[in-house]
Design a protein around this ligand. Structure first.
Ligand code: GLY
Length: 358
C-alpha cells in the first residue's frame, strides 16, 4: 500500500479544488460537484485515513461532505446517485469521527433519495429531465444509503423503499442467465414496465460489464442488510456470468455482448467493482467463501498485472484501461476515479480494513 499512499499524498497536493473524474496520461480531469463521481476521491481519502491514521488524509477529506451538500441549495443535477456521493463523504466521516453535521448530511441525502421512489412501479427514479419512468442497475449500490438511514434514524420507511427497489431489480433487471440490463423504462403513472434500454451498454439485450458489477456488489449488500437469501443468490448468479465472460487476461470487456468483442476496449473499473462484490459475497457465504475470495483475487491479480498505472507518485490514477461511456465514445481507455476507488477498497479489505462504505 505504500506506493498508493505516496501517490494519494501527491495527488492531494496537486489536485487543488479539482473534483477528479478521469485521467489521461496521469493527469486527472475535473467535473462539477453535482456529478455522480464526486464522492469517490473523498472516499479514498477516508479509507487511507482509516488505514494509516494519518491526519493529512483526514484533513483533506474533511470538507468534502459540506462541499457536496451545497449542491442541494443551488441549481444542480443531483439525482439517484447521492448514495455514491454521500456514503463515501458524509456517512463514512460520521462513522469514523462522530461528526454530527456529517450525520445530518447523510440523512438529508437519504431523504432526497427516498423522495425519488415511484410507488406505482416500485422503483427509484434514475436521472432527471424527462426520464420520469427510468430506473437503472447502478442504483443497486445507492440502496446502502437507505439501509444506513433506516438503522441510524430508526425509521423503517427507508428500509421498505430500499427493499421495494431491490425486488424490482430481481424482477426486471437480472435475467435468468445472470446477465443484467442497464436501464428499465416504466410508465411513471401506472408503473407498468415498458421496455429495456441499452444505456451505457451496447444495446437493450446486451450485458454492460460495469452494470453487471454494480449488480454483483449491490445484491450482496442487499443480502447483508436484509438477510434475504434470494439477493445473495442473485448476486452469485450475476457473478458466475461475469466470471465466465472474462477475456483470456481475466479482465472484462466493457460489454460482454458487443460484437467483435476481442477488438473492443476493456473496463478495468468493472473488474475492481466486481472484485469488491465478490469479497462481499465471500464474507456472506461460509460454504463457498474460498470460491468467491479466489475469484476476487483472480480479478485483482489481472488488474495489477495488466492495468496498474506507473507507480511514480506524480502519475495520477491507480488503474489504466477504464471505459466510462463507450456508446458515447467518452472516457475510453482512461483512469476512472471510481475504478481507483473500488481498487483501493478491495486492497484495503484484503489488508484487513473492516469499515464499510457501501
Ligand atoms: N453510474 C454510472 C456509471 O457506472 O457509469
Amino acid at each position: 500500500m505504500q506506493p498508493i499512499q505516496d501517490k494519494m499524498t501527491q495527488m492531494q497536493h496537486n489536485l487543488g479544488e479539482c473534483v477528479p473524474w478521469y485521467a489521461c496520461e496521469g493527469r486527472y480531469r475535473g467535473c462539477r460537484e453535482d456529478f455522480w463521481v464526486s464522492g469517490f476521491w473523498p472516499g479514498m481519502l477516508w479509507i487511507m485515513y482509516d488505514m494509516t491514521g494519518k491526519d493529512l488524509f483526514r484533513e483533506a477529506a474533511w470538507q468534502w461532505d459540506e462541499r457536496l451538500e451545497r449542491c442541494f441549495v443551488r441549481e444542480s443535477n443531483m439525482h439517484h446517485d447521492v448514495g455514491f456521493q454521500f456514503l463515501p463523504s458524509a456517512v463514512i466521516k460520521y462513522k469514523l469521527t462522530g461528526d454530527k453535521d456529517a450525520r445530518r448530511r447523510g440523512l438529508f441525502a437519504a431523504n432526497f433519495l427516498a423522495g425519488r421512489f415511484n410507488p406505482a412501479g416500485s422503483f427509484i427514479r434514475a436521472w432527471n429531465q424527462e426520464k420520469t419512468g427510468w430506473a437503472i442497475i447502478d442504483s443497486a449500490m445507492n440502496l446502502s444509503l437507505l439501509f444506513w438511514a433506516a438503522a441510524e434514524a430508526e425509521d423503517p420507511r427507508f428500509y421498505h423503499i430500499a427493499m421495494s427497489h431491490a425486488r424490482t431489480i430481481l424482477k426486471h433487471f437480472i435475467r435468468p442467465d445472470g446477465s443484467v440490463c442497464h436501464v428499465a423504462a416504466f410508465d411513471p403513472v401506472n408503473g407498468e414496465k415498458q421496455n429495456a434500454l441499452g444505456g451505457q451498454g451496447y444495446g437493450p439485450d446486451s450485458s454492460w460489464s460495469r452494470g453487471q458489477a454494480w449488480a454483483i456488489y449491490g445484491m450482496a449488500n442487499v443480502y447483508r442488510y436484509s438477510g434475504e437469501k434470494c439477493f445473495l443468490d442473485a448476486g452469485k448468479r450475476v457473478a458466475h456470468y461475469f466470471l465466465a465472460n472474462l477475456e483470456e487476461s481475466n479482465l472484462p470487456c466493457w460489454d460482454f455482448r458487443v460484437p467483435d468483442r476481442q477488438r473492443e476496449p476493456l473496463d478495468s473499473s468493472a473488474a475492481a467493482i466486481a472484485a469488491c462484490g465478490l469479497l462481499e459475497i465471500a464474507e456472506s457465504d461460509e460454504k463457498d467463501e474460498e470460491l468467491y475470495r479466489k475469484s476476487a483475487l483472480k480479478l485483482l491479480d489481472a488488474l495489477k498485472r495488466e492495468c496498474a498505472a506507473p507507480e511514480d507518485a506524480e502519475y495520477q490514477g491507480l488503474l489504466l484501461h477504464g471505459t466510462g461511456n463507450r456508446p458515447a465514445k467518452e472516457q475510453v481507455d482512461v483512469s476512472l476515479i471510481y475504478g481507483d476507488y473500488f481498487y483501493l477498497e478491495a486492497l484495503a479489505r484484503l489488508s484487513g480494513w473492516k469499515h464499510r462504505i457501501f
